[in-house]
Write a protein that binds this ligand. Structure first.
Ligand code: ZN
Length: 68
């Protein structure tokens, strides 16, 4: 089996990931990876649904995709 390779395509207007400012990929644009896309999604959801302040940190380790 081949190792999973992160495909980075050179796009004309080179955008950078708004999360970590690495070069974004075509797959996860405008992010660089699924991890950063998830981070942004969580931020967005947190803002939208305004979770109670008691659970400030809600790390779901079971869902952590190691993209490095
Ligand atoms: Zn990133």
């Amino acid at each position: 089996m081949a190792e999973p390779v992160e495909i980075i395509l050179e796009v004309g207007n080179s955008k950078s990931c708004p999360i970590c400012e690495k070069k974004s990929t075509a797959t996860y644009q405008p992010f660089c990876s699924k991890r950063c896309a998830d981070i942004d999604l969580h931020r967005w959801l947190s803002g939208r649904y305004a979770v109670p302040s008691e659970r400030a940190e809600d790390d779901n380790d079971a869902n952590s995709d190691a993209d490095l």
